[in-house]
Write a protein of this length. Structure first.
Length: 162
């Protein structure tokens, strides 16, 4: 049987959905309680906060980032793509830990590049890592998602979406 928190969430299971959050004036992302529980339930507390595309930040649990480092070490298919993604992640990234108040520090370079200093953001979990998007990126993705929702849903339903 899985370990459960008093609120019924399975420890180590990421929250579902998109939540509002904010970076404060010191560059710390204040995570919603559900995200704090998720990170708190992981065996290692170290994180890596970066961007790989210069549009969205990602807070990786260190175990997931180590998997990416293994991929970087062995990927031969497209060396230029590898070099660009690796360079961006290193330029904008920094190691971090969630503090006792549920905040994660972002590097000044990351905050400036994504224009999220002292700004509201949206957070969600994708593949075990926390994605952080600016309001501008959120609105652009929202507009794109609203283009043909019926057609998109029909395609997925044919593939088995319930």
């Amino acid at each position: 049987m899985a370990d459960e928190t008093p609120q019924g969430a399975v420890l180590g299971e990421p929250p579902r959905g998109m939540y509002p959050a904010r970076l404060d004036e010191k560059g710390r992302l204040k995570l919603p309680v559900e995200f704090q529980r998720y990170l708190g339930g992981l065996p290692e507390k170290k994180l890596f906060a970066t961007s790989t595309d210069r549009h969205m930040a990602t807070v990786y649990p260190i175990a997931i980032w180590r998997e990416n480092e293994k991929l970087f070490a062995n990927f031969r298919e497209n060396p230029k793509a590898l070099k660009r993604v690796w360079f961006t992640s290193q330029e904008l990234g920094s190691e971090a830990e969630m503090d006792g108040q549920g905040r994660v520090q972002f590097s000044p370079e990351l905050r400036r590049e994504l224009r999220i200093e002292n700004q509201p953001v949206k957070v969600l979990v994708v593949n075990g890592a926390i994605q952080v998007m600016s309001e501008e990126t959120f609105h652009a993705q929202r507009a794109d998602a609203a283009q043909m929702p019926e057609d998109d849903l029909e395609i997925l339903q044919r593939a088995g979406f319930k």
